[in-house]
Design a protein around this ligand. Structure first.
Ligand code: IPE
Ligand code: IPE
Ligand code: MG
Length: 255
């Protein structure tokens, strides 16, 4: 499937290993609370989990990993927590970009960056440029990201670049302006921390994604847990609107 094309139009190529995994990393605060530690300790441990998951994705040949790090709604948290999360993000960018590059990882950030301080924006730009040609894994952080923001900003860009109003738009026209247009739609969505919601993550792109929820808190999520999610994904039958019988016929025709 050409990237940016919609799964509601064409059946994408699928395989036993999800090409694109998108994760809502949830449960840091509860992990810390269980240990009588401040919420910040949970966020810190959460960064360690990110390292492990990147490594596991490379080992499993996953091509795209997208992590929800900070939502457009997370500004509503207490100011000291928001400020700690920003510090953690800045520190991680500073320390990890070089390592990502050494490991052949392409680094991207999606979200409304206008609210971040210039130091963060500079690290992001430098990191994206440095790693732009890497092909091993595309690792995307969603920061100050919201699915509705994404659709709105894409719509605005599309309208601004179209001179002949009123226009006839197709899904593909809009999709190319979405923040994640460089990636195929996620095959597997994971949410840790036991909540069953999308929380304004990739609303457009999750149209036909397989959803997996686990009670495991993000700091406890590891390679084995990722393996379980991939195993669950492998049990799913992705029909994209067709019947199971149609799929069986198509599979036997291929043989
Ligand atoms: C996810 O963990 C991290 C962010 C949203 C930044 P939480 O901080 O939401 O942890 P819980 O849900 O309170 O346990
Ligand atoms: C969702 O986590 C956003 C991120 C993981 C960055 P939250 O813990 O903020 O989600 P809600 O608001 O409880 O759904
Ligand atoms: Mg939470």
């Amino acid at each position: 499937m050409p990237q940016g094309q919609s799964s509601t139009r064409e059946i994408p190529e699928t395989g036993s290993i999800p090409k694109h995994i998108a994760i809502i990393m949830d449960g840091n605060g509860r992990w810390a609370r269980k240990r009588f530690m401040p919420r910040m300790a949970g966020h810190q441990q959460g960064v360690e989990t990110v390292r492990g998951v990147i490594k596991a994705c490379i080992e499993q040949n996953v091509a795209y990993l997208t992590l929800f790090a900070f939502s457009s709604e997370n500004w509503r948290r207490p100011a000291d927590e928001v400020s700690y999360l920003m510090q953690l993000f800045t520190g991680a960018l500073e320390q990890e970009i070089g390592k990502l590059h050494e490991n052949g990882i392409r680094f991207k950030v999606i979200g409304d960056l206008s609210k971040f301080d210039h130091k963060i924006i500079e690290f992001i730009n430098t990191g994206e440029q440095l790693t732009a040609q890497n092909t091993r894994l595309t690792f995307t952080i969603a920061a100050n990201y919201g699915g509705r923001w994404d659709i709105m900003q894409a719509m605005r860009k599309m309208m601004a670049q179209s001179s002949d109003l009123p226009l006839h738009f197709e899904e593909e026209n809009l999709a190319q302006y979405l923040a994640l247009s460089y990636a195929p739609e996620p095959d597997l969505f994971i949410r840790t921390g036991g909540e069953y919601r999308i929380s304004n993550f990739l609303l457009w792109q999750l149209a036909y994604t397989e959803l997996y929820f686990t009670n495991t808190l993000w700091p406890d999520f590891n390679e084995q847990e990722l393996g379980l999610a991939i195993q669950a994904y492998q049990q799913r039958e992705r029909r994209f609107g067709r019947t199971s019988e149609q799929l069986q016929i198509a599979i036997s025709a291929e043989r």
